[in-house]
Ligand binder design. Structure first.
Ligand code: ADP
Ligand code: SF4
Ligand code: MG
Length: 378
């Protein structure tokens, strides 16, 4: 895209005031032999144009199914989807794959976790890019090659004139992910989903790819959903965050607000599991105690209750609804939210009763308090 072209696109896209995406009570359940897997179970969110939303949660929390459900990629006989996905004035739930095909690539595109699974190993990268351009935009063969070279250049692949003739295995992991990003960006989508785009890459390359995505998002005024298990990845790179647990949103807030005043114990546990720069190498990360819940037979009440250091009787009986916190746009689903006197009382009572996950969390809490005190003193 030329500078002038991208300026015009940016202005046109910024002109609309209503959100690009509004998801309401979205449910995606898979019928399997053992029962119904409630992978996404009543998710609502909205996303303004040009903004980036982080979707965070452990493996199995329903992030990929959510992203694929919004894009309507989850269509098989055993999939039951309900709710609403309103995209740029159109309802997507109920659209056929044929109708969706007109939107894929051009309106919305996805970058997947593992570039090797989204690239065809026996086709040159350039051809994968030009076929995409010719199919969606109907450009000529020679024009599509030129555009493909420009796209590879824009995702900072060196010597794109020769790299275009590489097979995927002739590229490094980081370079392959850049090529996947080029393919996703090829038709100038308004909305980009990045599903754990850096998980398969080493740390230095991770940063480069995240910076590249952020740059492209700004240049093209794209709206972006960044899916990750790592709260650290979305910390400085998103406008808003939703935290998912067992197919549900348990907390959502503008990013700064979430880090300043997180209320959900699961969000707090995710924060504890971020690797710290000051940690010695090979320090074992504080994995969250216990296992993610069975999505066919989730625990009664709050689905985090078997793992939560603050769980009380009520938590095992009643599922907490999403509740507005003080600040605009901040919601959480918890009976004993972090930072409240009720939370402190629940913690002390569990500690006194020797509840295992509370004892496990005690060291973490003390370390966090120490850091806060040191910060305040320094
Ligand atoms: N096609 C499917 N059939 C049955 N269960 C599925 C299917 N796809 C995903 N799941 C289940 O849905 C849950 C959420 O999966 P996923 O969205 O991939 O998690 P995440 O991306 O957060 O790691 C998991 O328990 C997974 O096993
Ligand atoms: S305190 Fe209770 S309601 Fe809140 S997350 Fe823990 S178990 Fe769930
Ligand atoms: Mg996933």
């Amino acid at each position: 895209m030329t500078d002038t072209g991208s300026d015009i696109t940016r202005l046109k896209r910024a002109d609309h005031k209503e959100p690009l995406l509004v998801v309401e009570d979205l449910r995606t359940h898979f019928e399997v032999e053992a029962g119904m897997v409630k992978a996404v179970d009543g998710v609502s969110l909205s996303l303004d144009r040009g903004k980036t939303l982080g979707v965070v949660g452990e493996s199995g929390s329903g992030k990929t199914v959510l992203a694929r459900s919004i894009m309507r990629l989850n269509i098989a006989d055993n999939v039951k989807t309900s709710g609403s996905v309103h995209y740029d004035g159109e309802e997507l739930i109920g659209k056929s794959s044929k109708e969706m095909q007109k939107l894929w690539g051009v309106e919305m595109a996805m970058v997947f976790q593992d570039p090797m699974t989204s690239l065809n190993p026996v086709v040159k990268v350039g051809r994968q890019l030009t076929e995409h351009l010719r199919y969606h935009l109907g450009v000529s063969k020679s024009e599509s090659r030129e555009t493909a070279i420009e796209l590879l250049r824009s995702v900072q692949i060196p010597e794109p004139e020769s790299r275009i003739d590489n097979y995927p295995h002739e590229m490094s992991g980081g370079m392959r992910q850049r090529a996947c990003i080029a393919i996703a960006l090829a038709c100038g989508p308004k909305m980009l989903f990045a599903d754990e785009p850096t998980t398969a890459l080493d740390v230095t390359v991770q940063h480069q790819i995240l910076n590249l995505l952020a740059q492209q998002q700004t240049d093209r005024f794209m709206t972006m959903i960044m899916v990750t298990h790592d709260l650290g990845v979305v910390a400085g790179r998103t406008d808003e965050i939703v935290v998912m647990y067992a197919g549900k949103v348990v907390e959502k807030a503008p990013t700064n607000q979430l880090f300043a005043d997180m209320r959900h114990p699961y969000t707090q546990a995710l924060l504890w599991s971020i690797p710290k720069v000051s940690q010695p190498k090979h320090t074992r990360l504080s994995a969250i105690a216990g296992r993610p819940p069975d999505l066919i037979n989730p625990p009664s009440g709050c689905s985090f209750s078997p793992r939560c250091p603050y769980a009380q009787d009520r938590c095992h009986e009643e599922d907490p609804p999403l509740t507005a916190a003080g600040a605009a746009g901040h919601q959480y689903a918890c009976w004993y939210p972090v930072g409240s006197p009720e939370n402190e009382a629940a913690y002390q009572s569990n500690l006194a009763n020797g509840v295992p996950q509370t004892l496990a969390a005690a060291g973490r809490l003390a370390a966090t308090e120490e850091l806060v005190t040191e910060g305040a003193a320094g």
